[in-house]
Design a protein around this ligand. Structure first.
Ligand code: FAD
Length: 420
């Protein structure tokens, strides 16, 4: 029987569990989300032994980011996978709009981008992750362990030498040249390594739920502001995935007011959904996302590199989290493939990954923070009449500027490509 081990946050657990076996690999990747799965594929195709550890038994998750941006489509195209991905059941978002009291303001018409993929591909994240890991599975040097929850770091003389994880059959140790923490916004590895984060305070939380979608209803994203709330509807084929944006920490009050009040608030914001709000019969149908935003001061320590949400939790504003997580993976693969092959990963390589990615993250987080203060906080203030900020109006009207938001959403601060 495996012994019970509860490592403390911020410290490296030293309790020895009952280890069944010690495995070896070159790259141990913790977390099978977009960052971890894509990194595993990129390293596996270079012949590097990779083990991907995912704590869940499957990839099926509700209410996760399901957006694949043009940057990621181009990456998949470089890998020869884009057409096959597009054969999966998906929808295409051809422009990004900001809901305003006067109707939607088109901020990013993707059709003007010079790309073969001038749209955001909306695909359930689980399908995307299965697609990427199936592709990685074609390489004999790739191993995927599902239901493998990493609980401890293996430390030797201040260097991370791998991880210990718990599977349904007990504890295992995985030793690696380099360990990647791609374990998302509640990163265990971040805590175990004691890496410090700089936090910002988004003013909102989001309630996610689904409402039925009628045949022939519009394909595009819909949104509305009013009465101190914001409601955004994403087309998920058979259903609408709704994001009901509320003031931070106001969930308790909303819950106390009861489901009928929530249904009424939805119907008032979007009367076209009044005939469907009865679908919400239980709070269990509603998932609360506590919106956070932060970034690590240092993304690495000897033997360990954090990427994706584990290194920088992204606010949902702009829906760029997946794009950034995958771009981290591409930069990490570009910089680390040769050192991993040579078995000689040095701190300067890890530092170099952070340097390449930190500024894009800082810039986008600063813009998200601005959007949260200027747009979201205003929209959530029932006492204020919402006005679209002047800058956005200018951006959407002036011909030389109007493609900037689209480019920014599609590619991030600067495009990231695979090194040949
Ligand atoms: C409700 C919601 C909606 C969102 N909508 C969007 C959107 O529309 N567009 C967008 O771009 N972004 C969106 N995001 C953000 C986006 O999902 C993240 O930025 C992105 O998934 C980060 O990818 P990641 O691979 O770094 O981490 P994650 O996707 O969080 O993946 C981390 C993985 O690690 C696993 N894991 C965690 N701990 C361990 C452990 N100890 N051992 C092993 N495995 C572990 C988890 O199970 C998970 O599979 C949304 C986020 C949420 C929560």
């Amino acid at each position: 029987m495996a012994s019970q081990v509860k490592p403390h946050a911020g410290s490296i657990a030293n309790t020895e569990p009952n280890i069944r076996d010690v495995q070896h690999t070159t790259a141990a990747i913790v977390g099978g989300g977009p960052a971890g799965a894509v990194l595993a594929l990129l390293l596996a195709r270079k012949g590097i032994p990779v083990t991907l550890l995912e704590s869940h038994m499957d990839f099926d998750r509700d209410f996760r980011g399901d957006t694949i941006h043009p940057a990621v489509m181009e990456l998949l195209d470089e890998l020869g996978l884009a057409q096959r991905l597009l054969e999966l059941h998906h929808t295409k978002l051809k422009s990004a709009t900001l809901p305003t009291p006067r109707g939607p303001l088109t901020l990013a018409p993707f059709r003007r981008l010079k790309t073969r993929f001038p749209y955001i591909t909306m695909l359930p994240q689980a399908d995307f992750l299965r697609f990427v890991t199936d592709e990685a599975g074609r390489y004999p040097n790739f191993r995927l362990a599902m239901g493998a929850r990493v609980e401890q770091l293996v430390m030797e003389h201040g260097v991370v030498r791998g991880v210990r994880y718990q599977s349904p059959d007990g504890w295992h140790e995985l030793r690696a040249t380099l360990t990647f923490g791609a374990d998302g916004r509640f990163s265990r590895l971040r805590k175990l390594a004691g890496l410090a984060a700089i936090k910002t305070s988004p003013p909102m939380d989001v309630l996610w739920f689904r409402l039925p979608r009628k045949l022939g209803e519009g394909e595009d994203i819909m949104g509305r502001f009013g009465n101190g709330h914001m409601l955004i509807m994403l087309n998920r084929q058979e259903t609408w995935q709704a994001a009901f944006v509320i003031l931070k920490a106001s969930y308790g009050k909303l819950h106390a007011a009861g489901l009928p009040a929530l249904r009424q608030a939805i119907a008032e914001l979007m009367p076209e959904f009044a005939d469907r709000v009865e679908h919400l019969q239980d709070w269990k149908q509603i998932s609360l996302l506590s919106v956070e935003s932060d970034r690590l001061q240092r993304w690495y320590q000897p033997g360990l590199l954090l990427i994706g949400d584990a290194a920088h939790v992204m606010s949902p504003v702009g829906g760029v989290g997946i794009n950034y997580a995958i771009q981290d993976a591409v930069v990490a693969a570009n910089i680390l493939t040769q050192p991993l092959k040579a078995g000689n990963v040095q701190l300067r390589h890890l530092r170099s990954v952070q340097r390449r990615r930190e500024w894009p993250v800082r810039i986008v987080q600063a813009l998200q923070s601005l959007g949260q203060r200027r747009i979201v906080a205003n929209a959530l203030n029932p006492g204020k009449t919402f006005r679209v900020p002047e800058l956005l109006q200018i951006l959407s009207r002036v011909p030389v500027l109007r493609d900037l938001p689209g480019r920014f959403l599609a590619y991030g601060v600067w495009p990231v490509h695979l090194q040949p």
